[in-house]
Design a protein around this ligand. Sequence first.
Ligand code: ATP
Length: 306
Amino acid sequence: ILQLYVPLNWFGTYYRAIQKNFVDMENMFDLLQETCDVIDIPQAPMLCVAQGAVEFRNVSFSYTPERAILKNISFTVPAGKTLALVGQSGAGKSTIIRLLFRFYDVESGDIFIDNQNIKTVSQASLRQAIGVVPQDTVLFNNSIKFNIQYARINASEEEVKEAATSADIHERILSFPDGYDTQVGERGLKLSGGEKQRVAIARTLLKAPQIVLLDEATSALDTKTERNIQSALNRVCASRTTIIVAHRLSTIIHADEILVMHAGEIVERGRHEELLDRNGVYASMWIQQNTKQSEPSSDESPPSST
Ligand code: ATP
């Protein structure tokens, strides 16, 4: 029923965005089930998540037959731990995330959540267990309250406000003309990138999944916004299994494991300090990011995009 709120022209735009980027895949699946090639096996059981451990075992994948994108990727993320994926553009980081969400099926190898192969469980239950904080959150043309509550439509107003508070956006919402009833999205109040990201964090907090996938924004936010968002993100990831596609290495220095990807392969892996000691690809990325001081752009005012 909720899907009827969405104007039709929005579908096309959204679908194109989603195919290219890792944008709000959760919503996209709800809206466009029929366009998805991935199908459940008959009577697929529900994924049963106790701890939320993730394992990729010898996973290979390509979008088109002539070009391998992931080559024999293996890693495990123990329950509650954080894995970071880094590497230059096109290395295959987002593809890993898409496969875990079962946006595509792997070509060979297997993906497990708590020892259940994700191919064998219902997609609905898989997606229920995973929360996504995308790089770019698309808002519904609806109230800000609806946009947060979407994660769990039976959540009470109190719970919505609690999630917004933890995501550090409650005060900002109260400053909007109609508070939580303010219309946002393309035809309403436009929110800044940082605000939209916090809406995504609030949604995920409300959904309370065992596994969180985080696609870090590439654009630099100003330091204050960055700090606020980082602490909200820490709250959403706390005690949850987290996989983060990271662009700024400063945000992942505490990750339990960092995978450095290059052309579909893991070229280095370890913790931040270990990788610095290796003096390899990661160490040079670190040096490069810390010597290049890019001008931070202000994110908070005035809001400029949907
Ligand atoms: P970025 O940091 O830029 O997001 P990434 O490491 O996340 O890069 P992926 O998005 O996983 O990279 O893409 C890996 C490769 O797969 C890229 O070369 C990309 O062009 C290609 N690719 C991604 N999506 C598709 C698709 N739908 N069809 C064909 N090729 C694709």
